[in-house]
Design a protein around this ligand. Structure first.
Ligand code: AMP
Length: 185
């Protein structure tokens, strides 16, 4: 896209660094730190995700953004700010105080449990879920499940980078949530 808001895909992709064998042998880690460090690219990514959340197919306006720990927070927070809505953290196990809802799932590299504050959402909330990378789709699926179990609707989801060869999109299809991705490799 070259509408002045979103850089051509390659410009953004060039700022995502492949780190071989991290955090485990055989995994190619997609490091978004160089992109975050580039003010123009970071702004374009935030603006791009904000636009997707604004024009989502749900019909109802987004009332909350859910960010997935940890790199999802970095993107979700400015998107929530730009939309003028609140942010709900979806965190790894044991980080949230108070009552939480939890969902366990398999990662591309390991296993994890995510939690959401039990009282963080309300029945009328339309929640847009944001993360940095979609790999196998387990993390995003768990986050979607948690938002729904917290009593809210999922209006849509977005990631900066989809690893198409891992077919996380197929796993998400079962949730019925529309997935937006700024970049796909
Ligand atoms: P998955 O549940 O397999 O879709 O994994 C997605 C989550 O794990 C996201 O929160 C990513 O930050 C992280 N992740 C998984 N694989 C990678 C990778 N190759 N590079 C960077 N982050 C990854």
């Amino acid at each position: 896209m070259t509408d002045g808001r979103t850089a051509p895909d390659q410009d953004l992709l060039d700022l995502i660094r492949d780190v071989a064998d991290f955090p485990k042998p055989g995994i190619v880690f997609k490091d978004i730190a160089p992109l975050l460090a580039d003010a123009t690219a970071f702004a374009r990514v935030v603006d791009g995700i904000t636009e997707l959340a604004r024009t989502g197919p749900g019909g109802s306006p987004v009332t909350k953004v859910a960010g997935i720990e940890a790199r999802g927070f970095i993107l979700a927070a400015p998107v929530a700010y730009r939309l003028g809505v609140g942010l709900v953290p979806v965190r790894k196990s044991g980080k949230l105080p108070g009552a939480t809802l939890a969902a366990s799932y398999a990662l591309e590299y390991g296993e994890a449990t995510l939690e959401i504050p039990a009282d963080g959402l309300q029945a009328h909330d339309q929640v847009f879920v944001v993360d940095d990378v979609l790999a196998t789709g387990g993390t995003l699926s768990a986050a979607i499940e948690l938002v729904r179990r917290a009593g809210a609707d999922v209006a849509g989801a977005a990631v900066l980078l989809e690893l198409g060869f891992l077919d996380g999109r197929a796993r998400l299809a079962g949730t019925g949530v529309e997935l937006h991705t700024l970049l796909t490799v």
